[in-house]
Design a binder for this molecule. Structure first.
Ligand code: FAD
Length: 466
């Protein structure tokens, strides 16, 4: 018969690892971590490219320098991770048009201010309409999450726009949302951001964390409580426990389960629940929007883009919103690496993920030639991560509607019987970030420990009564 653990944790990303660590620290040593892929880290993932380590997933420690200390920044410092300061805010001064001209600074400032104002105006009107919907809902049962949290449209403003306006709109909505609305990460932890620039990768933080409670040797995790290549396909749950079946036919049993898979995976049919999840849970999972964010890396024989202060980021203004808009050079992180990164999101991400890398390379080179002239060299290598088509991810991170009601996150996070939910998408304040995942794991394990304590207390009482 299958072995039984106290707790099974599904997924070994930052939230799964931090959840396991809290259990271990509190005396629950007989846990089991089942991870679908052949490595830990999940959306924290480095890969060698063009002679350096690039981050396919999380790249920045966002929110540094404020009153409270960002736990991801603390972990980075503790483990000696190499980082470098990185500042998007210059991007608006480096906007190229399709003929390679840079928009003058004064005009850039004016257009930027206009874009911020219009984004704020739009948000105010959304808040007003949410409030009126909420007051309409009151008295008739309320609680209809799907009505008050319609996901925003891909392009939040419907009026036709110039290429420059598109570029700034993209910058504001897909990168600098903090300019428009207060985001806890920056309000609490500070406005600075640091790019991870370490050969060991962002994931080094996770190995350091794992070392504290799993058996490791020479940087490798050799603890049998971590099982890699275990794709969970079925969760059977009852009042007495949880039974997990993996794709390779193995069966595991536990008193409790912590599920850390992404919101995209929860929306997919990778895992079936028996009995199925209650309606309120399924509704909440369905309602949460999944952001796709793709960093494409290009290696060149030499650099042809400007470097130096204020030049780390540049943008391309095109009539199609989000068409190879946002660029970054890697010279600050890895000098002389001759690598450029272009970031695509949502619709453009999905389009590019579905096509061949050769096609993507051709498109990207076309854009670069428009900006820097026909004589620039071809890229010698390209790397296109596919977060959307990866069935263990199905997207990059959760994106709650700008003005969502707390009920939505609350329902996504709430346990169902013996299944506890964790992951960045369960963080009320810091969803979408590494520190969000880290804190969510801690939070979920604490809630589970509380539940275990209660259960033990009841058992003891029943025992005494007998
Ligand atoms: P995950 O890391 O996804 O962990 C879940 C684990 O579950 C995965 O390892 C997965 O393989 C596993 N799994 C899935 N299905 C199954 C199954 N059926 N059975 C077993 N295991 C399964 N955050 C920042 O703070 N700064 C950034 O700059 C930043 N940039 C980002 C850029 C990109 C492109 C992406 C994708 C993310 C970025 N993030 C960033 C977000 C950050 O990476 C995530 O919030 C965080 O890593 C999520 O951790 P998690 O533990 O919630 O989920």
């Amino acid at each position: 018969s299958p072995s039984r653990s106290s707790v099974i944790i599904v997924g070994a990303g930052v939230s799964g690892i931090s959840a396991a660590k809290v259990l271990a620290e509190n005396g629950i040593e007989d846990f089991m971590i089942l991870e679908a892929s052949d490595r830990i880290g999940g959306r924290i993932r480095k890969e060698s490219f063009g002679g350096v380590s690039v981050e396919l997933g999380a790249g920045w420690i966002a929110g540094v320098g404020g009153e409270k200390s960002n736990p991801a920044w603390e972990l980075a410092n503790k483990s000696g991770l190499r980082t470098c300061f990185s500042d998007y805010s210059n991007a608006r001064y480096n906007i190229y048009d399709t003929s390679g001209k840079i928009i003058p600074r004064k005009l850039a400032n004016e257009l930027y201010k206009k874009a911020v104002d219009s984004a704020k105006e739009k948000m105010d009107s959304e808040i007003r309409s949410l409030r009126s919907q909420e007051s309409n809902n009151r008295g008739c049962g309320g609680g209809d999450v799907s009505r008050v949290t319609e996901p925003p449209l891909e392009d939040p403003v419907s009026t036709p726009r110039t290429p420059f306006e598109h570029a700034l709109d993209f910058l504001l909505h897909d990168f600098e949302m903090a300019e428009v609305e207060p985001i806890s990460t920056f309000v609490d932890f500070g406005e600075r951001e640091f790019l991870v620039a370490d050969e060991r990768g962002y994931e080094h933080l996770l190995y350091k964390m794992a070392e504290e409670f799993l058996f490791t040797s020479e940087g490798k995790i050799l603890d049998s409580r971590l099982q890699l290549n275990k794709v969970v396909r079925e969760l059977q749950h009852s009042r007495n426990g949880v039974t997990v079946t993996t794709e390779d036919g193995c069966v595991y049993e536990a008193n409790y389960l912590i599920l850390s898979v992404s919101i995209g995976v929860l929306q997919s049919d990778l895992i079936s629940f028996r009995p199925s999840l209650p309606r309120w849970k399924m509704e909440a999972i369905k309602t949460c929007e999944v952001m796709v964010y793709t960093k494409i890396f290009l290696k060149f024989p030499h650099k042809f883009w400007p470097c130096g202060p204020g030049k780390e980021f540049f943008m391309y203004a095109h009539e199609r919103r989000g068409y190879y808009t946002f660029w970054q050079h890697m010279e600050n992180a890895f000098p002389a690496s001759n690598i450029l990164v272009v970031t695509l999101t949502n619709g453009e991400s999905k389009r590019v993920e579905a096509q061949s890398d050769e096609e993507t390379l051709k498109e990207a080179m076309g854009v670069l030639r428009n900006m820097f002239g026909p004589n620039i060299p071809n890229a010698t290598d390209i790397l296109v991560p596919r977060w959307y088509y990866n069935r263990f991810q199905c997207g990059s991170y959760s994106n709650y509607p700008i003005i969502s009601n707390n009920q939505l996150v609350h329902n996504i996070k709430a346990p169902v019987g013996r299944i506890f939910f964790t992951g960045e998408h369960t963080s009320e304040q810091f969803s979408g970030y590494v520190h969000g995942g880290y804190l969510a794991g801690i939070d979920t394990s604490k809630a589970l420990l509380e539940e275990i304590r209660k259960e033990r207390k009841t058992e003891n009482q029943n025992h005494l009564l007998e």
